[in-house]
Design a protein around this ligand. Structure first.
Ligand SMILES: *[C@@H]1O[C@H](CO)[C@@H](O)[C@H](O)[C@H]1NC(C)=O
Length: 278
């Protein structure tokens, strides 16, 4: 019975996909194309849902730019085009997104990239109606990405405790990333050192300043990290984030659950065996 239902759903999905969900081609930057426009590709990509099979079309002046696909967020963040995954340079490139996950595009023209000519897209599987199988629960899974504030992103929240709630609901570990998305004309991300500075929204001696409008901050060691904005009044209104970073949990297999009786037997054996085997 359940199998029949599942078969039916599967067939239904296939039919729906066949007739409605053909691959799309997105022109990057719409009419502006692919050129340095600070922060705008984030805005452009934000409202779209990319699926496996969709394509990105890059239109630009091939004399001063190209499309350099890089493998990692760090290369993307630092406009590092030294070891690209792929380079396109015809001035009219169509790149098909063949895998789910993050895809990073920059231009190898460094000044243009730094000025904002870079794009990250997140691609989902093209089977939206079939829930993906749950990922294997690896304790040592490395590097989870957290978009700070989720859909609110990094801006003054309606409730002043929004970011503390957001943070408390989660368990951050070494290796995870915080992604700050915000309007760089309004806010920035200052990292500060102490709880005192955090409480008083003290911007005087930050340990790091980020202001690209789209920043990735890697949590590299256990401890507490504090982030605020330098915009007057915004931190006081709740635009501040405190994150507790836990060490990587060791992958110790769970002890077998013993019944009270078994435990008693084990206790007896352990107590009366002179050299217990382990
Ligand atoms: C980078 O882009 C700028 C502005 O379009 C251009 O003037 C410059 O020649 C480009 N640099 C390279 C190496 O293509």
């Amino acid at each position: 019975m359940a199998t029949t239902t599942r078969m039916f759903c599967f067939v239904l999905v296939m039919v729906l996909m066949g007739c409605c969900c053909s691959a799309k081609i997105y022109k990057v930057g719409d009419s502006k194309g692919w050129r340095a426009k600070h922060g705008s590709y984030h805005e452009w990509a934000k409202r779209k849902e990319f699926q496996v099979g969709d394509s990105l079309m890059f239109e630009y002046d091939g004399n001063v730019n190209d499309v350099t696909q890089v493998s990692s967020r760090l290369e993307y963040q630092f406009c590092n085009s030294l070891s690209p995954k792929a380079v396109y340079n015809t001035g009219h490139d169509v790149v098909t997104l063949t895998e789910p996950g993050y895809h990073f595009f920059i231009t190898s023209n460094h000044s243009q990239c730094v000025a904002g000519q870079k794009l990250v897209v997140f691609v989902v599987h093209d089977h939206p109606m079939i829930p993906p199988p749950p990922p294997p629960r690896k304790i040592l899974s490395f590097g989870k990405d957290y978009k700070v504030g989720d859909s609110n992103e990094w801006r003054v929240p309606e409730e002043s405790d929004f970011y503390s709630k957001w943070s408390e609901e989660k368990q951050f570990h070494v290796g995870d990333n915080l992604l700050f998305y915000y309007n760089d004309q309004v806010d920035d991300v200052l990292e500060i050192n102490s709880d005192l500075e955090f409480k008083s929204c003290d911007t005087i001696s930050p340990v790091a300043v980020h202001n690209a409008g789209q920043d990735l901050i890697r949590l590299t060691k256990p401890g507490i990290r504090y982030f605020i904005t330098s915009k007057i009044g915004h931190c006081e209104a709740g635009l501040k984030l405190r994150v507790v970073v836990r060490p990587l949990s060791k992958s110790v297999p769970k002890k077998m659950q013993l019944s009270p009786f078994d435990r008693f037997i084990k206790w007896l054996r352990d107590s009366f065996t002179p050299h217990p085997h382990h």
